[in-house]
Design a binder for this molecule. Structure first.
Ligand SMILES: [Zn+2]
Length: 285
């Protein structure tokens, strides 16, 4: 999120920014955190959220966070440059310069003083971007072609579907379903006179089920039926469920009981409250 703040200053009609790409490369995949596409060069941002004192041993491909060892992100980004060039080559783009930066977004990160100009804090991104723009002024493609390449990369993108239940060792049937009170976090609110009612703090809400839909997308998948929605929110009436789903503005296909609603929440924007919650937990430690 701290990186998004700085990207907003750069993002205009002359460039395109793609996030979280996972692209095919020789029977496997490579990942790019953020790709900035400009007519004169492409810029890969390898984003790191590590805190504390960070130093590098590029020769041995190691990054140290205090005593802990990690793979050197500079080496990772160099590999991505190579892989992206290969992908571009296949799309008929041969001479486009591909640059990279490793960006540390955590305000508690302290980078070692041995200067490596490819490793920066997020607040240095604007200045670094301008430097790179000045060094790379030859346009290799026109804007329509840039758009076409972005679309091609998006088509090739295969997001990693991690199975959160498996990872955490939880069974789906162990989840507590229901609508959470936005005021006191009580589970679960009840449906009463056309709104959600919290039996604990007595507040009314018309939108409390939207959080349940968002979390359904996070936990399961991005499609939901009337039946699944009723189970999720403890609603008995098919009509009520249908009305709530229709009023949530989600795109849908199919009619009547075959209708499938497509959950299209933006995990970064709509999930902000989860990050806040996570921060509070860390703060308590
Ligand atoms: Zn409540």
């Amino acid at each position: 999120m701290s990186l998004d703040y700085y990207l907003k200053f750069i993002n205009d009609q002359s460039n395109l920014i793609l996030h979280d790409l996972r692209l095919p490369y020789i029977k496997s995949y490579y990942q790019i955190d953020t790709l900035m596409m400009i007519q004169t060069f492409f810029l890969i941002l390898e984003v790191k959220n590590h805190a504390n004192f960070i130093r590098f041993d590029h020769k041995n491909g190691v990054m140290y966070q205090g005593d802990k060892k990690y793979e050197d992100p500079v080496g990772q980004a160099q590999a991505q440059v190579h892989q992206l060039k290969s992908s571009l080559h296949k799309l008929g783009i041969r001479d486009m310069p591909v640059k990279f930066l490793v960006v540390f977004t955590n305000p508690k990160a302290i980078l070692s003083e041995e200067k490596d100009e490819r490793v920066i804090y997020s607040h240095q991104l604007l200045q670094k971007f301008e430097e790179l723009s000045n060094e790379n002024q030859t346009s290799f493609i026109q804007m329509p072609q840039l758009n076409a390449i972005a679309n091609q990369l998006i088509t090739q993108n295969k997001p990693l579907q991690s199975d959160m239940f498996k990872q955490l060792g939880i069974l789906p049937q162990n989840l507590k379903l229901g609508v959470i009170c936005p005021s006191c976090q009580h589970l679960h609110m009840i449906r009463k006179h056309g709104h959600w009612f919290c039996p604990k703090c007595q507040i009314k809400s018309h939108t409390a089920h939207l959080r349940s839909l968002f979390e359904y997308q996070l936990l399961f998948n991005s499609q939901i039926t009337n039946r699944q929605f009723r189970k999720l929110c403890n609603i008995e009436s098919i009509k009520t469920a249908s009305r709530l789903l229709m009023s949530s503005g989600l795109p849908h296909i199919g009619e009547h009981r075959h209708r499938i609603y497509h959950l299209n929440y933006n995990l970064q924007q709509d999930g902000r409250y989860l990050l806040d919650y996570f921060d509070k937990l860390n703060f308590r430690e």
